[in-house]
Design a protein around this ligand. Structure first.
Ligand code: V47
Length: 378
């Protein structure tokens, strides 16, 4: 197979045609101008989402950091008996719900460790108590890795587990735990946890049940461009089947306090290229998120011209990246996030987790109502 030229890739992007693995490798080649890749990604970004850039008002909850797994890239986890380990009480969890509601959050993003001793009901209870107390707060919770752990704990089917979690209040699933699907990499960075087949199958079942999910890729560690493009294509294939992914989030590896601390943090060039390649390869996923906590504010803002259309949220209580050395602030205010978007020449739109427009009353900004569904042209 001959290597495709950038001009042939450009023609196919302009014609709305699908790109191949070989195309993805050309786009990732440092010899291919980042600016040109960015221009192409921006064309697709504007075709799909116009000039809008989305954000939400959200908070994170990590009910425990105690985890049976020892993924080499993770700085957040703790051993069962380590001083760093914690488990939140129901009262602490509910206080976080109250704080979220008082601050006008529409979403709580819930993930954590796979605790050695806590049973499945404990995880279901986290959702149930929050949902009963704060029914309007959308609970985006538990990654495919946690669902796989619940399968192991309960011997129930994925379908049954997801149905039970939905009954308890689960509104959607975040995209974590995907890392890099290819076994050459996965076996080295997280050998015990859900493999590519398990992760994808759990998201397939979620989509069949009507649950929207996100998807991610952890890059900038031991993987090659081939592994990254292979990962994107596997996500694209599942999306062809189900259409259930809302947003893709490329996650740059942060090395501090991890088992891979000898690796240098990825550069802004790599971050922008990955954003752009993701937009170009994932022609069927509506949104590409520049997660400012992980990218840094400057790169996230710039990414709005390199394929991204979403900055995630105002965020509070983020631990996974801050434990791994992220120097971004703990939260952004709404005026700050809106200013970043306006400065980038985009129109800020507040959305909820399911990409419906959020309307707020200026006199009482903690109160909100749900407006129309946002449609992306994929
Ligand atoms: O699965 C863990 C990654 C993920 C590190 O769905 C690390 O809207 C870099 O998935 N350096 C969790 N990355 C975060 C996540 C996420 C974030 C924001 C929005 C959404 C969404 C999902 O973070 C993990 C792993 O891939 N991660 N440790 C680290 N040291």
């Amino acid at each position: 197979m001959t290597t495709p030229s950038l001009s042939s890739i450009r023609e196919r992007v302009l014609a709305g045609e699908r790109l191949s693995l070989e195309d993805g490798l050309v786009l990732y080649d440092p010899a291919t101008s980042l600016q040109e890749v960015g221009v192409l990604a921006n064309i697709v970004r504007e075709r799909v989402n116009g000039n809008k850039a989305y954000y939400n008002i959200n908070t994170h909850l990590n009910p425990t950091n105690v985890c049976v797994y020892r993924c080499t890239f993770c700085a957040f986890r703790a051993d069962l008996r380590s001083e760093k380990g914690y488990v939140m009480s129901d009262e602490q969890i509910l206080a976080r719900g109250q704080e979220a509601v008082d601050n006008g959050c529409t979403e709580m993003h819930i993930v954590g460790g796979l605790h050695h001793v806590k049973d499945y009901d404990w995880y279901v209870n986290v959702l149930r108590i929050l949902h009963n107390a704060y029914p309007d707060l959308h609970l985006k919770g538990w990654t495919g890795v946690e669902i796989n752990w619940f399968e192991f704990l309960t011997k129930k089917s994925v379908r049954q587990i997801l149905q039970e979690l939905m009954e308890a209040g689960l509104g959607s699933m975040p995209g974590g735990g995907a890392e890099i699907f290819h076994p050459e990499v996965r076996s080295k960075i997280c050998e015990h946890k859900a493999d590519a087949h398990n992760w994808l199958d759990i998201h397939r079942t979620a989509h069949e049940l009507g649950l929207k999910t996100n998807c991610t890729m952890l890059y900038g560690h031991i993987e090659s461009a081939y592994h990254r493009v292979d990962h994107l294509i596997r996500l694209r294939e599942l999306q062809d089947e189900t259409g259930g992914f809302q947003t893709f989030i490329p996650l740059a590896f942060h090395p501090e306090n991890t088992g891979l601390s000898h690796i240098k943090k990825s550069s802004a060039i790599m971050d922008l290229r990955t954003m752009a390649v993701s937009r170009l390869m994932l022609d069927n996923i509506p949104h590409i998120k520049a997660y400012w906590i992980m990218l840094g504010i400057g790169t996230a803002q710039t990414a709005l011209a390199y394929g991204a259309d979403d900055l995630d949220g105002t965020v509070r209580h983020e631990l996974i990246y801050h434990d791994a050395g992220a120097t971004t602030p703990e939260l952004l205010t709404v005026p700050q996030i809106q200013r970043l978007i306006v400065e980038a020449g985009r129109e800020p739109v507040e959305r909820d987790t399911l990409y419906r427009r959020i309307e707020r009353d200026a006199a009482n900004p903690a109160a909100w109502t749900v407006g129309e569904q946002i449609l992306a042209a994929v």
